[in-house]
Design a protein around this ligand. Structure first.
Ligand SMILES: *[C@@H]1O[C@H](CO)[C@@H](O)[C@H](O)[C@H]1NC(C)=O
Ligand SMILES: *[C@@H]1O[C@H](CO)[C@@H](O)[C@H](O)[C@H]1NC(C)=O
Ligand SMILES: *[C@@H]1O[C@H](CO)[C@@H](O)[C@H](O)[C@H]1NC(C)=O
Ligand SMILES: *[C@@H]1O[C@H](CO)[C@@H](O)[C@H](O)[C@H]1NC(C)=O
Length: 433
C-alpha cells in the first residue's frame, strides 16, 4: 500500500515534518522531458536482513555547539518533539551545503532515472535538481550489469548516459554503481555454463569496459557489492561461511574480488583516471563479524598491492535499531586506520507503517546519529540517501508492511508537492553538532 493510500485512509499518524522554513527548495523548475519508456521491473531487491543489536539511543554530545539548531517542543497536533532550525538568509540552505560546511565532499542521493515514474514526476525532479540538498547522485539501476551488458560482449550505455547527462548538467558528483554483484545479472550470465577461467574473463571484460568507458565521469565506482554472507561468525576470509554463496564465489572462489579490483585498477592506470575504487556492503556499519570481514578484505587487497580506495557503508537501517553515533564513527575509524576512505552510500531508515509519532521522532535521532558519525570522521567523504522520497523507495516492495524510510514524502502521490520530514532536520543536526 502506498503512502498516498495510507494517508487517504487516515492510517498514517500525523507526519512529523521539517521545521525548516520553506526556503527555496521548490523554486527549481523542471525542464526535462525525457520520453524514455523502458521500465525497470528489476528493482533493488536484496534481502537485507538486518540484525543490529546495538544500543539504540544516540548519546553523542559534542563541544561543537551550533547556533542554528535548537530543540523545542511542538504544539498542537504533533505529540512528538520536533527540531527547529533557525536558518539564516546567507547560511547553508540544504543538506549538501551543510555537508560541505562540515568538511565533507557531498550529501547525495540515489535516483532511478531514466525509465521510471521518477523521471516524469516534476516535483521529484525539481527536488533532485536542488543542489543545496544534493551534490552527488548514484544511479539506482542504470549501470547494473543487466542494463550495461545485456548480451555477452554487447555493452549498452544508453540509460547510463541519460543519467550522467542529468548529473553533469547539475554539476553533481556521481558514485557509479556497480561493477560486480550477485543480483540484477542478465540471463546469459546466470543461466550460462561457466568455468573458473571463462567466468574470470567475463568479469575482467565487464569491469575493464565500464571503468574505461565512464572514466572520470565517475567520482567513485562500487567495484564489488555485497560479497559477504549474513551467516558468517568469524569474519575470517578463510572461513567459507564468511562469503555469500553466489555465482562468483562458487565458480571463481574468494579470489573473484581481487580479480575485479585488479581489472579496475588496470583500467584506472591505462586511462590515468582519478576514480576511487570502493567495496560496498550492508551490515558492516558497526563492529561485528561482517565488518571484520570487510576490514580483512581491505587488508588482503592492500597486502597484494591491489588498489582499493574506499569502503561504502550502505546503512539501510531500521528505526530504533540504528547503531549509535559512537558505534558508527568508531567502525568508520577502524576502516580509516587501514588507509581507506569511507562513505555512507545507501542511507534509509525504515519502520513499520503507519509510523507512530514515537517512531517518527526516533527516526530523527537515528538520521542524526548516522549522518553525525560521518561528520565526526575525517575519512568519511560523504553521505548518500538511497533515494529521498518515500514514493520511490525500494523498501515497501522488499519489506512488506515497512516504509517511511526516506527524508521526503508526497502526501498527494505521484506528481504532487513533496514534504520534508523532520528526519531531514535530523541530518542537519548531525552535521552541525
Ligand atoms: C540499449 O538500451 C536502450 C534503453 O534500454 C534500448 O532502448 C536500446 O534498444 C538498447 N540498444 C540496443 C542496441 O540494444
Ligand atoms: C565450506 O567448506 C566445507 C569444508 O571445509 C565444505 O564441506 C562446505 O561445503 C563448504 N561450504 C561452502 C558454501 O562452500
Ligand atoms: C580459480 O583460478 C584461480 C587462478 O588460477 C585459482 O587461484 C583459484 O583457486 C581457482 N578457483 C577455484 C574455485 O578453483
Ligand atoms: C506512475 O506514473 C503514471 C503517469 O505516467 C501515473 O498515472 C501513475 O499513477 C504513477 N504510478 C505511481 C505508483 O505513482
Amino acid at each position: 500500500m502506498s503512502i498516498r493510500s495510507l494517508l487517504s485512509l487516515g492510517l498514517l499518524a500525523t507526519p512529523l515534518v521539517s521545521a525548516l522554513p520553506a526556503a527555496d527548495w521548490k523554486a527549481t523548475s523542471c525542464s526535462t522531458s525525457t520520453s524514455h519508456s523502458t521500465s525497470h521491473s528489476t528493482s533493488h531487491s536484496t534481502s537485507h536482513s538486518s540484525s543490529h543489536s546495538s544500543t539504540h539511543t544516540s548519546t553523542h554530545t559534542s563541544a561543537k555547539t551550533s547556533a542554528v539548531v535548537t530543540t523545542t517542543t511542538s504544539s498542537a497536533s504533533n505529540t512528538a518533539q520536533t527540531t527547529t532550525l533557525l536558518a539564516t538568509a546567507t547560511g547553508p540552505k540544504g543538506l549538501n551545503d551543510y555537508a560541505k560546511k562540515a568538511g565533507k565532499l557531498y550529501f547525495g542521493t540515489a535516483a532511478d532515472v531514466p525509465g521510471t515514474n521518477e523521471t516524469t514526476d516534476k516535483y521529484y525532479r525539481a527536488e533532485l535538481a536542488n543542489k543545496h540538498d544534493w551534490g552527488q547522485v548514484t544511479p539506482a539501476n542504470a549501470m547494473k550489469w543487466v542494463f550495461t551488458e545485456p548480451e555477452q560482449g554487447v555493452f549498452n550505455y544508453t540509460e547510463a548516459e541519460i543519467f550522467l547527462a542529468d548529473a553533469a548538467s547539475d554539476g553533481k558528483l556521481v558514485r557509479c554503481h556497480n561493477l560486480n554483484w550477485y543480483n540484477q545479472l542478465p540471463n546469459w550470465l546466470t543461466q550460462g555454463t561457466w568455468t573458473n577461467e571463462t567466468l574470470t574473463k567475463v568479469l575482467e571484460n565487464h569491469v575493464t569496459n565500464l571503468v574505461e568507458y565512464f572514466g572520470d565521469r565517475c567520482y567513485a565506482w562500487d567495484v564489488v557489492n555485497e560479497a559477504f554472507s549474513d551467516s558468517g561468525t568469524t569474519g575470517s576470509l578463510a572461513d567459507n561461511t564468511t562469503w555469500r554463496s553466489d555465482l562468483w564465489y562458487n565458480t571463481i572462489g574468494p579470489g573473484y574480488v581481487a580479480v575485479a579490483f585488479k581489472a579496475a585498477e588496470k583500467a584506472v592506470k591505462a586511462k590515468k583516471l582519478k576514480v576511487k575504487l570502493y567495496y560496498n556492503d550492508y551490515n558492516i556499519e558497526n563492529a561485528g563479524a561482517k565488518s571484520s570481514a570487510a576490514q580483512a578484505l581491505v587488508k588482503s587487497l592492500k597486502a597484494q598491492n591491489i588498489q582499493i580506495d574506499g569502503v561504502g557503508l550502505q546503512s539501510h537501517f531500521i528505526v530504533g535499531e540504528t547503531p549509535s553515533r559512537a558505534a558508527q564513527s568508531s567502525n568508520m575509524q577502524a576502516f580509516a586506520a587501514l588507509g581507506v576512505d569511507v562513505a555512507i552510500t545507501e542511507l534509509d531508515i525504515r519502520t513499520t507503517v503507519p509510523a507512530t509519532a514515537a517512531e517518527q521522532q526516533q527516526q530523527v535521532v537515528d538520521y542524526a546519529s548516522s549522518v553525525g558519525a560521518c561528520a565526526d570522521v575525517d575519512a568519511c567523504v560523504g553521505v548518500t540517501a538511497w533515494d529521498f522520497d518515500d514514493a520511490y523507495s525500494w523498501i515497501p516492495s522488499t519489506f512488506p508492511g515497512q516504509g517511511y524510510g526516506d527524508l521526503f514524502f508526497q502526501p498527494g502521490g505521484y506528481n504532487t508537492p513533496l514534504v520534508r520530514k523532520a528526519a531531514y532536520d535530523g541530518c542537519i543536526q548531525g552535521l552541525t553538532s
